[in-house]
Write a protein that binds this ligand. Sequence first.
Ligand code: MGD
Ligand code: MGD
Ligand code: MO
Length: 763
Amino acid sequence: MSKQPRIEQYDHPAGGWGSVKAVSSILVQEHVAVNGTRVLFKQNKPDGFACVSCSWAKPADPHLFEFCENGAKATAWEITTKRATPEFFDNHTVAALEAWTDIELESQGRLTHPMRYDAATDRYLPIPWQQAFDEIGEKLHGFDPKRVVFYASGRASLETSYMYALLARLYGCNNLPDSSNMCHESTSVALPDTIGVPVGTVTLEDFEHTDCLFFFGHNTGTNAPRMLHPLQEARKRNAQIITFNPLRERGLVSFANPQSPKEMLSAEQTCISTQYHQVKIGGDIAAITGICKSLIEADDQARAANEPRVLDASFIAEHTHGFDAFADAMRAADWKEIESMSALTRSALEAAATEYARAKAVIILYGMGITQHREGVLAVQMLTNLMLLGGNIGKKGAGICPIRGHSNVQGQRTVGITEKPALVPMDKLKELYQFEPPQETGLTTVDTCEALRDGNLDAFIGLGGNFARAIPDHGVMDPAWKKLPLTVQIATKLNRSHIVHGRAAYLLPCIGRIEVDRQASGEQTVTVEDSTACIHASKGMTEPASEHLLSEPAIVAGLAKAILPANPNVDWDAWVGDYGLVREAIERTYPEQFKDFNRRMTQPGGFHRPLPAAKREWKTKTGKANFIVPDGFGEDPDMDFEGERTLRLMTTRGDSQFNTTVYALDDRFRGVYDTRDVLLMNKDDMTRLGFAENDAVTAITVSKDEVLRELGGLRVHAFDIPAGCVMGYYPECNRLIPVSHHAKRSKVPAAKAVPVRLRKMAA
Ligand SMILES: Nc1nc2c(c(=O)[nH]1)N[C@H]1C(S)=C(S)[C@@H](COP(=O)(O)OP(=O)(O)OC[C@H]3O[C@@H](n4cnc5c(=O)[nH]c(N)nc54)[C@H](O)[C@@H]3O)O[C@H]1N2
Ligand SMILES: Nc1nc2c(c(=O)[nH]1)N[C@H]1C(S)=C(S)[C@@H](COP(=O)(O)OP(=O)(O)OC[C@H]3O[C@@H](n4cnc5c(=O)[nH]c(N)nc54)[C@H](O)[C@@H]3O)O[C@H]1N2
Ligand SMILES: [Mo]
């Protein structure tokens, strides 16, 4: 373990031989070299399982290897032969485990038995399933449902998610925050206002017909690598790819397809982005303003000269509302301000506008670089403004594509996991299950954090995930967990949220999606929804990690039966015996979306949920697609602009992690090896602030409250990043993010623009 942290320039394409090497090493690390290879062939196949990593669309005619390096890592991580058994817990007190790193905790492998925390010995001890359910049920009987939270990470299937949401509502609350509250909630809030649906409008087929893609704030080579295939195909047709990202991310620069022998042997690579704009962190609203301004003014000139229009005038007239006010605002925007807010030149933005105007069909893709800002909602709405100018919604080869995170995060929302009662057909639930569904808006992730901090919570139930690590403000939150009366974690692996636990605590280990799930009616299939609103079946294939595991539906049903009074209208046992019956219930609740669910789920490529916006039907208040007039350039009110020493810190994923699960310390594509305790900075900023390469610094959050948030032991390195911007890793840097620093309206923590100052540590 005496590896030396190092930072090097990485000039190779994404994919390529580096990718093959990384896959084989994780298979060996998890002791699954032989089984792992067999399993990988079934990943994302019509008769196989849906990858447990990202939510990128799965084609109907998959490649022989329809998986990527990082999907393979996620698979190996789940089918590992390592086990965290009762003997392991017997050997370590929780106090001792607190000193372990996150990597060390998860590296113990799969949880094998249900466990309960025993305060007398400070250990987790095994407990029979029924006893765990009964004890949890008894505790919940005594709590006010408004003080109980049912969190979901975005991995659990549609079937589990539907049951879980119903459980919370029958219990009496809408406290159903999910990982999307930290992720694409800015999208879910922004898009209904503008185009009348909360999700993207693009299908995989659109990629075959587009001639221009705009890419904002997503690290595709790392976080949705399979998307590099359609991008590569698009590039081969000479589609233009215009990228906006503070960092020159390798996957967006060039790609060698590890599944193409020709490319692998000849070192051939495809240049992905045709224009690369290193926008300043938080500068996207200004940049998009510049593009819209160029387009509108070019259109004004064309109209005056009686030349062909630059904008899609007939689409704007027939389908949109608010164009005039928006156009006036864009005409009035000042180029100097645009340039200083975006750190991009007028000519660069005009070049992007030229490609937009030239294209027949444009797709916009975006990720966390857009949504995790104080003005994340406005940023998404600026993207739709841009799309509406060219009539690029509801047209073949065009549309908006938020790249979702977890493999079923979008689907969880579809079937009711949300704190917002307006998004749920409550009347249907009432009719089907004969109860009075709660009408009060539930707690979001940020609300949950605040309630936890302020002692306004009695219990936290987690369906997967690692909430304690994923949220901001660890220094404030960690002590608060210890005062919480109850935590219940349904999980596959040991993580920090199990160590930072409530006074009573239960670990309920479940079968993973790659594993065979046998119930009364035989082996079960589950379903998930991808980033393109396409629903797929998924069937496990390896033996469960332990004979003591239950499936997620069985755990949810076990909890439900212990928590809720008997209800003749919900037969939890029948649902667990045959997940097809849960799908029937989903279809009854959402008849349009899930028509003929049990039949259509198995068709190759899955089936698409109907999306009105994709057909140019606008389910908005005006009945049209709405232009939104921005009220500025997205200035971050928490950023101390006066202070020149204040930097904008983005907290992002590296190449060897899945969210809070860190597989290894390398971030190959950025050339960072054997360390995550780094800050990547602009060279001039380093000189200006008096730092030398590899200096150890403490990062301190600039905030108006009294809390001191700091993180020491970080090494600074010069990197190709705009002035004033710094990159650090999530989740290590989360303690620097104040919980109040979140997007307006959507409450997504603004993890991409944390105001920090750096102090050199004594040598
Ligand atoms: N292998 C792997 N796959 C994953 C995940 C994983 O951890 N590992 N996580 C999954 C999840 S839940 C999600 S949500 C997605 C996340 O996927 P991404 O959306 O790619 O998330 P991040 O890794 O946070 O990277 C954010 C990107 O935005 C850029 N960026 C930061 N600030 C700005 C800005 O102000 N403007 C612009 N234009 N760009 C900016 C960063 O440089 C970086 O390229 O990936 C999913 N897939
Ligand atoms: N600073 C900063 N913070 C962020 C982000 C950021 O970019 N920067 N990103 C945010 C985003 S986009 C997201 S989505 C959240 C992620 O937040 P979460 O979804 O809560 O976190 P994960 O790390 O994905 O959860 C990993 C854990 O899930 C459990 N698990 C894995 N598979 C299964 C399964 O099949 N079933 C069950 N029951 N459990 C399972 C394992 O125990 C594992 O330890 O973090 C957010 N936090
Ligand atoms: Mo996410």
